[in-house]
Design a binder for this molecule. Structure first.
Ligand SMILES: Nc1ncnc2c1ncn2[C@@H]1O[C@H](COP(=O)(O)OP(=O)(O)OP(=O)(O)O)[C@@H](O)[C@H]1O
Ligand SMILES: [Mg+2]
Length: 641
């Protein structure tokens, strides 16, 4: 490890990046690269779009099922950090891009509004980071406290001409500090004014400023516009720009981003600077130095209660009129919600093994807690439909339109359990565990404990406990039962496929009123009624419903075959479910005996070890977690049989 070599290399690289010259040199740079002068919104839009923009592919089932085949733009920049926020992100980007075209939006404040832990701060951070990561440099007047665009040096009288020659739009006036320097140091010869190149940095307070909420006593407008250095006031007059300390948020964030954290926690007076900053692209300077040009993206966030309170005060109208509000609801799509926690766990230091479904049950809880009850189906079904899953009822895929469900519950996603609540419960389960792994039941227990401790409203607590103790527990047991049975059946897929072939042959013969030709012996026989019924029963098809089901299956499959598509036991969701539960039921008794018995004979022990192995190889358990899960299953799954 050669530390010194690395250090020297870094120094060399950063020198190479540095650029300095005079205003005249800068003009030549602009001539060859006019984009150097772009304004803040455009800069931000480009910094994000350079990572790529795609449409959600029409072959992606999410596109058809969840977005109603709408063209949803996917901005790759956000892909690693955000899940299920496509709509929110596309609204944010619509704002940024329209502002980049210098439309009315460029004079508005972007407000992200949503419940706790819905990702508002994370989104704002991500927008700021886009500038930090951007490879595009920014040129500014050397020593300028607001890092201003060098073209501000050009006197108004010749701007039009320069604008034409350079092919750029020029706006904004020189800041008082640079104006003073221009006169004193350069005798007004602005072509000699030094220009430098730099980038954006949150920590370095270069082009990115954050305004935390301040209470009425401590809030001071100097946090926004800077202050006067009192110690210099005996040396210079009050109108001398040398007394200025331009280190407020609107100074630091010039040409980049100014973020107002929890914006409405501030007093309204404090926010008035925002009005001029947006509407006139000017902010006041401290003391007697007039106005200062400002160009930046203003981002803010708040929760719904604060928004409603603010909105109801009609004295706030002027500010309201300058706000573009974008709702940031919770994610209601299970698969995406799971990805949020996977991301958080990846980024944490926890190393324990999580048994399969552990994160899923936690995510199920948060999603279910956020859903409003529907007239059309129960919550669990609604969750599945929102996740793009097919829900089978009486042999048919339930035809509930996701649009109707959304229509019925307009305000959904603005209440319920937050992402933080879930991560805390997972973290607690991990910390409390005396083993090297945790299981879904541990997380459910941890969630139950946390609900009892932290949810104060009686109705909510009751509702949440019911979700955990009933809906999720039952759903988990069902998943587990299927999984264990699959682990128990040797060559599961082959068996399922052969049942499928057999069923299809029989159903076809039945539907076309023909005899069935045995595949091996070529003997003709009647369709096997008993066999078909045994399969159909699994999904509640009895009596006369069977005729319809059989002809549905047959025509569905033959349409597929005619189109040259492959069919297998997974092709038709209702039949797949029937076949799987048939298989599961057929081994249930054996699975129970093998997992339950304390003293297994050799045969049973062998089967048991094979099962554990399948659970490790195919489902991702460890030997320990598989054992614990099987014990849990033995005690809970088959209790009543
Ligand atoms: N859709 C999502 N995709 C990825 N991560 C998410 C998503 N929603 C929330 N998160 C994560 O949840 C955590 C909490 O989010 P964040 O702090 O941004 O919430 P917030 O909306 O600002 O909440 P508050 O109102 O309490 O400040 C963050 O780690 C964030 O990355
Ligand atoms: Mg926040």
């Amino acid at each position: 490890m050669d530390f010194l070599k690395l250090i020297k290399q870094q120094r060399k690289d950063s020198k190479k990046e540095a650029w300095s010259g005079t205003f005249l040199d800068y003009l030549n740079e602009v001539k060859s690269t006019p984009e150097l002068t772009k304004l803040a919104h455009k800069r931000l839009a480009d910094a994000i779009e350079t990572h790529g923009v795609e449409f959600l592919s029409e072959s992606d089932p999410r596109c058809r099922k969840l977005f109603d085949a709408d063209k949803v733009r996917i901005y790759n920049y956000f892909n690693e950090d955000f899940f299920g926020h496509e709509r929110v992100i596309s609204k944010i980007m619509r704002f940024v891009k329209s502002a980049a075209m210098k439309g009315e939006e460029s004079r508005q404040v972007l407000l992200l509004m949503g419940p706790v832990g819905s990702g508002k701060s994370a989104l704002a951070d991500s927008l700021k980071k886009a500038l930090e990561k951007s490879a595009e440099p920014i040129f500014h007047l050397d020593g300028c406290p607001v890092r201003e665009e060098p073209l501000h040096l050009l006197p108004r009288s010749i701007r039009d001409e320069f604008s034409k020659m350079l092919g750029v739009h020029i706006e904004g006036d020189l800041c008082p500090v640079c104006r003073h320097r221009l006169m004193e140091e350069f005798n007004g010869e602005y072509e000699k004014f030094p220009v430098v190149r730099s980038g954006f940095s949150l920590r370095g307070r270069r082009g990115i400023a954050v305004v935390p909420p301040m209470d009425a006593n401590s809030q001071d407008v100097s946090a926004l516009i800077g202050s006067e250095d009192i110690s210099k006031l005996d040396k210079y007059s009050e109108s001398d720009p040398r007394v200025l300390n331009l280190d407020g948020a609107f100074n630091v964030g010039n040409r980049g981003v100014v973020e107002f954290v929890e914006i409405f926690k501030n007093e309204i007076e404090f926010l008035h600077t925002i009005l001029t900053a947006t509407q006139e692209k000017n902010v006041p300077t401290p003391g007697k130095n007039g106005m200062l040009y400002f160009d930046g993206v203003i981002i803010s966030h708040c929760n719904e209660a604060e928004w409603n309170r603010f909105k109801s005060e009609h004295t706030n109208e002027a500010v309201l009129d300058r706000i573009v509000k974008i709702e940031v609801p919770y994610v209601l799509e299970l698969t995406q919600e799971i990805k949020i926690y996977e991301k958080m766990l990846r980024r944490s230091d926890f190393k324990a093994h999580l048994a399969p479904h552990t994160i899923k049950v936690a995510a199920m809880f948060s999603v279910l807690s956020r859903l409003k009850p529907s007239q059309k189906c129960d919550l669990l079904t609604k969750m599945k439909i929102y996740d793009g899953q097919e829900v089978i009822e009486r042999g048919r895929v339930r035809k509930i339109d996701i649009k109707d469900l959304r229509e019925e519950a307009k305000h959904e996603g603005m209440e319920g359990i937050s992402t933080r609540f879930i991560t805390k419960a997972i973290d607690n389960a991990l910390t409390d565990s005396d083993k090297s792994f945790i299981t879904p039941m541990r997380v459910i227990d941890s969630l139950i404990k946390q609900v009892k401790e932290q949810i104060i409203k009686d109705d909510d607590r009751k509702h949440y406990l019911e979700i955990l103790q009933k809906s999720i527990r039952e759903e988990y047991l069902k998943m587990l039962e299927g999984e264990i049975a699959k682990a128990f059946v040797t060559a599961y897929e082959e068996q399922a496929q052969s049942l499928f072939d057999n069923y299809l042959d029989n159903a076809e013969a039945f539907t076309t009123r023909q005899k069935l030709k045995d595949r091996v012996t070529s003997e003709e026989r009647e369709p096997d009624e008993k066999f078909m019924r045994a399969i159909e029963e699994q999904i509640g098809i009895t009596g006369s419903a069977k005729d319809g089901f059989r002809s549905d299956v047959t025509s569905y499959m033959f349409t597929k075959i005619r189109r040259g598509q492959k069919v297998d036991y997974k092709s038709y969701e209702p039949l797949k479910e029937a076949i799987e539960s048939y298989l599961i039921a057929s081994v249930k008794d054996m699975a129970r005996i093998v997992t339950k018995s304390k003293s297994r004979d050799n045969e049973q022990q062998k089967k048991y070890s094979e099962m554990i192995q399948t659970m490790i190889d195919d489902y991702g358990y460890t030997a320990d977690s598989a054992e614990e899960i099987l014990t849990f299953a033995a005690n809970n799954l088959w209790r009543d049989s």
